[in-house]
Every structure is written in C-alpha cells, then in structure tokens.
Design a protein around this ligand. Structure first.
Ligand SMILES: Nc1ccn([C@@H]2O[C@H](COP(=O)(O)OP(=O)(O)OP(=O)(O)O)[C@@H](O)[C@H]2O)c(=O)n1
Ligand SMILES: C[C@](O)(CO)[C@H](O)COP(=O)(O)O
Length: 231
C-alpha cells in the first residue's frame, strides 16, 4: 500500500500580493510549489506513489514540465483548481487512484518547508488506524472570541487550543465521503471529517511548517532555507 499526495496550489495569494500566483513565487531561486513537492518526497516513510496537484487554470502544462524532475518514481497529475481551496482539493481527489492507496495526504503548496518527520508522523498515525490526522502546534498568543462589534465575548483556555497545519492525512474513502458532503465554509479537510462525526487525531507539527501568507513570510522562508543550507 502507498500514499497519494494532493497539493492544493491554485490560490491567488491575495494577502501576499505580487504578480504571480503564490505557489509560483520563488524562495532561494525555486518556487514554493517545488519546495513543497521536494519536502513530501523527502518523507521516505510516506512511500509516495502519486502526486495530484491543483494549479491555476491555464498553467497545467507548464507545471507538469516543471515538476516532472522532482516526482521521479511517482505518478504526477496536474489539474485546474477551483475558486475555493475545497474545490481545488476535490478536483485533485477525483484523480487519486482507488486501488493501492491507504493514505491520502492533503498538503498546502504554501506550507512549503514542512519537515519530513512531520509528514512521517501523519502517515504513521493514519496507518495505525486513525482515519483523519492533522499536525498541530500550540498557540502562543492569548486568544479571544469577539462579537461583531469587536467586543470580547470570552477567553478560551489556551491549553485546549492548537494551530492546525498540513499535510493532513486521511483514510481515502473517508476523504471522498467528506468531500461529497457539505463543504461550505470549510478551511481545511479535517473540518469536513468533523462534520461527518469522525474523530480527528492530532500529531506534533512544526513551526517550520508555517504557511506563506503575507509578505513577511517570504523573508522568514528565505531565512529558514539559508539556515537549512548552513546546517
Ligand atoms: N482556490 C484555492 C485557494 C487556495 N488554494 C491553495 O490552498 C493553500 C492554502 O491557501 P492560502 O494560503 O490561503 O492561499 P491563497 O488562497 O492563495 O491565499 P489568499 O487567501 O491570500 O489569496 C495554498 O497552497 C493555495 O494555493 C487552492 O488550491 N485553491
Ligand atoms: C489548511 C490550512 O492550512 C490549515 O491551517 C488552512 O486552514 C488554510 O486556510 P486559509 O484560509 O486558506 O489560509
């Protein structure tokens, strides 16, 4: 049995700004998408058989050529993404083979620097029987719930809060069922499983798996890459 990796990479990156869609922005001379694919390949325990990548419509051919050298030993399919992240994941999921896959990873192109040990933890948890798995890190700020007028409603106990990252790992038939249901307003795939009443397991994530979202994240990414090269 093997793992399939879905990479939603079709977002515009409006919060980041710039001319190119976010997944094509470069750090250390290579696109965020290439870094994300390379990171997944580095997780050998994942035994990756297949990549399905959702990209902005019209860029499918160029991305196929770009990524082929990085996906040796695995199949590679590129699909046009949709207007929401869930649409992009769903389009990719439709191309994941039904046979021979026991774990589907869904990994943001924008979390380009996730360490291999995080990926391995997610896959191991799925293979140990957890149907849905997310990597998490503790929140470091005090979090408050506010009403529509900006008034504080309450302050949840921070020890019960975590920030959720990717890759998220799923038993394949569960992920298909989850995406066949109501996807409105879902910002990650685990949330769709929660809607089905499925318990989602957490594993330890990493600060290095941060999502490139705003311009300063590109500077952090450049720094992280330089640190890794120095090590
Ligand atoms: N319609 C979409 C929206 C997002 N994504 C992908 O989902 C991941 C997480 O999304 P986010 O970081 O929020 O990216 P954007 O939607 O591009 O960012 P923004 O909201 O700033 O435009 C990214 O890898 C992004 O490319 C996608 O494939 N299709
Ligand atoms: C999937 C995700 O990266 C988990 O933190 C996140 O939910 C994506 O959210 P965004 O609204 O697209 O930034």
């Amino acid at each position: 049995m093997s793992t399939a990796a879905i990479i939603p990479a079709a977002g515009l990156g409006l919060r980041l700004g710039g001319e190119a869609p976010k997944a094509f922005r470069e750090v250390g001379g290579e696109s965020l998408l290439v870094h994300a694919v390379r990171g997944l390949k580095a997780a050998t325990a994942a035994d990756l058989a297949c990549f399905v990548i959702a990209v902005p419509a019209g860029s499918e051919d160029i991305v196929l050529k770009l990524l082929e050298p990085y996906c040796e030993g695995a199949s590679l399919q590129i699909v046009a993404g949709g207007s929401e992240r869930t649409d992009s994941v769903r389009a990719a999921l439709d191309l994941v083979p039904v046979d021979g896959i026991d774990c589907v990873l869904v990994h943001d192109a924008a979390r380009s620097f996730v360490p291999p040990e995080v990926i391995d933890r997610v896959v191991a948890a799925v293979r140990s029987g957890a149907p849905a798995v997310v990597p998490v890190i503790p929140v470091t700020d005090t979090i408050k719930r506010v009403d529509q007028d900006g008034r504080v409603v309450d302050t949840p106990d921070r020890r019960a809060l975590v920030a959720v990252q990717t890759p998220q790992g799923f038993e394949p038939s569960l992920l298909r069922r989850a995406h066949a249901g109501d996807v409105a307003g879902a910002t990650d795939d685990a949330m769709l499983c929660e809607r089905l009443g499925v318990t989602v397991q957490t594993v330890e994530g990493s600060e290095d798996a941060f999502k490139v979202t705003r311009p300063r994240d590109l500077l952090l990414a450049e720094w992280l890459l330089a640190e890794r090269h120095r090590a």
